[in-house]
Design a protein around this ligand. Structure first.
Ligand code: A2P
Length: 393
């Protein structure tokens, strides 16, 4: 009997087929066909070089197997096989612990592995890839930040006409920037969160919206922000199976974001407003920006009634005023937040700057300390129940 092996695998449901892992692997262990990116178990030496550059985390999957899955097995998958039960034995346990250590090392954020909310709709994933991309037409491109702002954020609407492109709030799509990079290779696909609800930017249209910030020298962000009405865009996806909205109208949703991290929360709010106007669950938004002029959707957000969405804005660079971050507002709203944290119907979503993660975590810890709750235990429980989600970059 062979000792169990640890095998590195790529999750086909999350992979955006951007080729980054294949380019990065020093062992040439990663390859692909039209369906999937796969890892050759005879070549992979667990150097982990591919883990960090992967934009989706799909690369970070491991199984303990009695016999390695072949490349052909992996090409045929639509989803990863579950971890099979192995005969217990010292080797198996030792390998398992080693894999867990590797996985832990690759996960630095407070988010960790995520689980979809129990009541979320089942998402469609990976319908289009680079070799067979959907072609969307730009039907709108509007600047979202004030004319005086140096922060250039755009609301871009993409229409899919008769191509099926089903999405859920919280999912992302890939945009294929045209042209080649300095090495003559096609540009990497970039991922953007969908900012509209599942049934379209306008109800019952086959379109969606993105919230995109122009980055200095950003290949894809400049491409998107400069798009004109009528332009055609190559789109992959949809992606994302966990950062999804609960369908349960009794679910309370606490949303914490900076800048363009607000995109999925626009989708969440619009879906609640349109599909569940009488929902009993509460929605709270904590939104950080430099100044009101730099806050995407500032105007439209003012019109969203407080009965639907409790809004708390944190501004960090208003002249003459103290710097305020989202975590400061969480502390300020301690009573309301701890009341919601005590409920098993409450979900937390964090989206935006990576730097915010630690501050938000510390604020929630402080808030819990002021009540009977233990944040670290509660966080693990919420994560396991699909009620705690972090997406930072
Ligand atoms: P700051 O003014 O200190 O950079 P950006 O406009 O760069 O996308 O940032 C959005 C908002 O997030 C800004 O108000 C920014 O503040 C704030 N921010 C930056 N770092 C953190 C952090 N560690 N925690 C919370 N908010 C942060």
């Amino acid at each position: 009997m062979n000792a169990p092996l640890k095998q590195h695998l790529i999750d086909p449901e999350i992979c955006i087929r951007c080729n980054t892992c294949e380019e990065t692997c020093p062992e040439d262990a990663i390859t692909h066909d039209n369906n999937n990116y796969v890892v050759d178990a005879t070549k992979c030496n667990f150097c982990m070089d591919c883990i960090q550059p992967c934009p989706t985390g799909s690369i970070d999957n491991w199984r303990i197997v009695a016999q390695a899955y072949s490349i052909d097995d992996q090409y045929s998958w639509n989803e990863l096989p579950k971890q099979a039960e192995l005969a217990s034995g010292a080797e198996g346990e030792a390998v398992d612990a080693e894999v867990l250590a590797l996985i832990d090392a690759a996960h630095t954020g407070a988010g960790g592995k995520s689980v979809a909310p129990a009541s979320a709709a089942k998402p469609a994933i990976n319908l289009y890839n680079r070799d067979a991309a959907a072609v969307a037409t730009v039907t709108g491109n509007y600047r979202l930040t004030h004319d005086e702002s140096d922060v250039d954020v755009h609301h871009v609407i993409l229409d899919f006409a008769d191509q099926p492109f089903p999405v859920l709030e919280g999912q992302s799509i890939g945009i294929v920037p045209p042209g080649l990079d300095a090495d003559g290779k096609p540009h990497r696909i970039r991922l953007y969160s969908i900012a509209s609800p599942r049934h379209g930017e306008r109800p019952n249209t086959n379109n969606l919206a993105l919230t995109v910030k122009r980055e200095p020298n950003g290949v894809c962000s400049n491409y998107i922000c400069d798009l004109k009405k009528g332009d055609k865009v190559q789109v992959t996806g949809p992606f994302g199976a966990t950062f999804l909205m609960p369908n349960d109208p009794a679910a309370n949703i606490i949303m914490i974001c900076t800048g363009t991290g607000s995109a999925p929360f626009r989708g969440f709010t619009e879906w609640r407003r349109r599909a569940m106007p009488g929902a009993s669950g509460r929605m709270m938004l904590f939104f950080g920006a430099r100044r009101p002029q730099d806050l995407p959707y500032f105007g439209p957000l003012q019109k969203v009634p407080e009965s639907l969405l409790r809004k708390h804005f944190a501004y960090s660079r208003v002249p003459g005023e103290k710097k305020v971050y989202v975590q400061d507002l969480l502390r300020r709203e301690e009573a309301a937040v701890s009341g919601l944290l005590a409920s098993a119907a409450t979900h937390i979503y964090v989206c935006g700057l990576k730097g915010m993660e630690q501050g938000v975590d510390a604020a929630l810890d402080d808030i819990c300390r002021g009540s009977e709750l233990r944040w670290h235990e509660l966080r693990s429980q919420m994560r396991a129940e699909g009620r705690y989600h972090v997406e930072t970059y």
